[in-house]
Design a protein around this ligand. Structure first.
Ligand SMILES: Nc1ncnc2c1ncn2[C@@H]1O[C@H](COP(=O)(O)OP(=O)(O)OP(=O)(O)O)[C@@H](O)[C@H]1O
Length: 247
């Protein structure tokens, strides 16, 4: 089975600053992979390459086996994206935001509405279809954004620090919602975070630090590699960062 996401030997620089240095990682189909790194690790730069916001000039990126450079439409058609920055229009209703997105993916208005209703029901937001996004809580808006990323029925979704700025209950809601999509629908997920409590022991982790992959494996793998009992301790040891900087 081809990996859902394959990144091989990708580097990216902003002028003289190297944001990514020979990064390779793989997201198996149906897996929840945690991309763990502090601010400045390069997570957003990697997401910008995965979505073709930036062109990757080195290495190779493939989504469900489709090369992003050679078959961009095919590759991006299989990918759902939730960026770190909010991208819903707050002055439009939830449905209008969905309809706009559906048309970008070549879906008819009727099909867009049908899919929006189905997804929002699943995300416990069916009654908010005609409400302006501005009237939603931060957690509800984030759930709408995640639902919208699934509108074109992608097999892979990448989420860049999707719980940032939310309270603990809303954070837990979002994490369990996405995990349900993995467990029940076989969705493949790359979840960028700096929060250790969002990672479960069996999740594959890619530890990105200052543009380089320093470790990969599950929490027990990383703990064994570092000789530390906790993920926080292992992270600190592997990156040489004081724990306080890593939540
Ligand atoms: N447009 C840009 N121009 C110049 N440097 C940039 C640009 N975007 C990112 N960088 C630099 O690249 C490095 C990686 O940044 P990036 O935003 O990818 O990290 P991150 O892990 O997503 O962190 P954060 O969560 O803070 O966004 C940092 O040193 C950052 O200053």
């Amino acid at each position: 089975m081809v990996p859902a996401i394959e990144v091989a030997h990708v580097s990216h620089a902003f002028g003289a600053r190297k944001a990514l240095d020979d990064v390779s990682l793989s997201v198996p189909q149906g897996a929840f992979v945690a991309l763990l790194g502090l601010n400045g690790a390069g997570k957003t730069t990697l997401f910008s390459l995965l979505t073709r916001l930036y062109d990757n000039v080195t290495g190779r990126i493939a989504i469900m086996g489709s090369d992003l450079r050679r078959r961009p439409t095919e590759a991006l058609g299989r990918l759902g994206v939730v960026f770190q920055a909010r991208t819903l229009d707050p002055d439009l209703t939830v449905l209008q935001n969905f309809t706009y997105h559906a048309s970008l993916h070549g879906l008819s208005r009727a099909e867009g509405r049908h899919r929006a209703e189905r997804l929002l029901a699943r995300f416990s937001l069916a009654d908010r279809l005609n409400d302006k996004v501005r009237s939603l809580s931060g957690g509800q808006a984030r759930r709408v954004e995640i639902a919208r990323s699934l509108l074109h029925d992608p097999r892979v979704v990448i989420l860049d620090e999707p719980t940032v700025g939310l309270d603990i209950a809303a954070r837990q809601d979002i994490v369990s919602l996405v995990r349900r999509l993995v467990d029940e629908d076989g969705l493949s997920v790359l979840w960028a975070t700096h929060l250790f409590d969002e990672v479960r022991p069996a999740d594959p982790i890619v530890l990105l630090h200052k543009g380089r992959v320093l470790a990969r494996g599950t929490t027990p793998d990383l703990c064994a590699q570092a000789g530390e009992p906790s993920l926080a301790g292992a992270f600190r040891k592997i990156t040489g960062t004081p724990t306080e900087e890593a939540a």
